[in-house]
Design a protein around this ligand. Structure first.
Ligand code: ADP
Ligand code: F6P
Length: 322
């Protein structure tokens, strides 16, 4: 059986990463395996920022946002020569297996490390919910609740002044945060990469709502599609509503994880250690039909995105009826 397991967090952080780290460390130690943390993602593997930890390290972190071991984007890891240094360093510490908590970019690194002899298991840590083979990712629920709380607050003041607000939401090309938040807040107009509205179409929708006598309007848009402030100006000119813009930004990535994110993180962490003990690697843990599944990283990276067009249509119809 393996004697030493390492854990690292990579890519953009997400609420619940600490809960996953805690579960990996505790379950490894409870099975007689030494636990190591690698600080600052793959960068820490190259710089030997590797540290043995005990269960004290893992206690009382379950409710904390962010990642206490640090995360980083380290593009150099795409080079095989750099990954070979990582493997040498891990061998020097006697670490035979790794849990990598991150998004699909991090899994590519994990897959390649597995091919070099270090068994790796990926855990889905990202607010974007863009891991195709998992219904939900660790951090999505917390970020969603942050977005919903923010839109509710914006709605209060828009309602008082009979205004319109553009709210820009993260997601890195995945519209789930915007779709779920728009559904949960009744945002009248929303647009994502998957269900895109041009600026002209958005202005027209808001103009229609003004004509129909709607007192306040929320336009929820996924990031990287528009300039939120210039869109607000165009909406104001077209509709007559005084229109403001709020870019929610990194507030969406922080905060104490929700119970659902902690539940997923802890169970996925324990499951990952079980897989490594069985000698498996190159796998990714996801949530499918309410069950944890371990799938081949390669196959998950090539899976088609689930079609959510029905959900988009239903939410659009529902939110536009005033
Ligand atoms: P995420 O894991 O959240 O998708 P990134 O795409 O930024 O975030 O990836 C995180 C890190 O994973 C990168 O900074 C890099 O260190 C590593 N990585 C990404 N793509 C690859 C790849 N093709 N090969 C090896 N490592 C990769
Ligand atoms: O992947 C998580 C995420 O927050 C995306 O939603 C967003 O596009 C990106 O990271 C922001 O990255 P950074 O923190 O480097 O600005």
């Amino acid at each position: 059986m393996i004697k030493k397991i390492g854990v690292l967090t990579s890519g953009g952080d997400s609420p619940g990463m600490n809960a996953a780290i805690s579960a990996v460390v505790k379950s490894a130690i409870s099975k007689g395996i030494e636990a190591y943390v690698i600080r600052e993602g793959y960068k820490g593997l190259i710089n030997k920022w590797i540290e043995k930890v005990d269960t004290t390290f893992a206690s009382d972190i379950i409710s904390r946002g962010g990642t206490i071991i640090g995360s980083a984007r380290f593009p150099e890891f795409k080079e095989e020569s750099v990954r070979k240094i990582a493997v040498e360093n891990l061998k020097e510490f006697g670490i035979e297996a790794l849990v990598v908590i991150g998004g699909d970019g991090s899994y590519q690194g994990a897959e390649k490390l597995t091919n070099l002899g270090i068994n790796c298991i990926g855990l889905p840590g990202t607010i974007d919910n863009d891991i195709v083979s998992s219904d939900y990712t660790i951090g999505f629920d917390t970020a969603l609740n942050t977005v919903v709380r923010s839109i509710d607050q914006i709605r209060d003041t828009m309602q008082s002044h009979s205004r319109c607000s553009v709210v820009e939401i993260m997601g890195n090309g995945c519209g789930d945060l915007t779709l779920y938040a728009a559904t949960a807040t009744g945002a009248e107009v929303f647009s994502t990469k998957e269900s895109f509205l041009t600026e002209e179409e958005i202005c027209q929708e808001v103009k229609n709502l003004a004509k129909a006598g709607k007192r306040s309007v929320v336009v929820a848009v996924a990031e990287k599609l528009y300039d939120a402030h210039s869109l607000a100006t165009k909406i104001e000119e077209a509709s007559g509503y005084v229109t403001r813009a709020t870019v929610l930004g990194h507030v969406q990535r922080g905060g104490s994880p929700t119970a659902m994110d902690r539940y997923l993180a802890v169970n996925a962490g324990i499951f990952a250690v079980e897989q490594l003990i069985e000698g498996k690697g190159g796998l990714y843990i996801g949530m499918s039909d309410n069950k944890l599944v371990a799938r081949d990283i390669n196959s998950t990276l090539n899976m088609p995105k689930p079609d959510k067009s029905q959900e988009y249509q239903k939410a659009r119809k529902n939110n536009l009826s005033i």
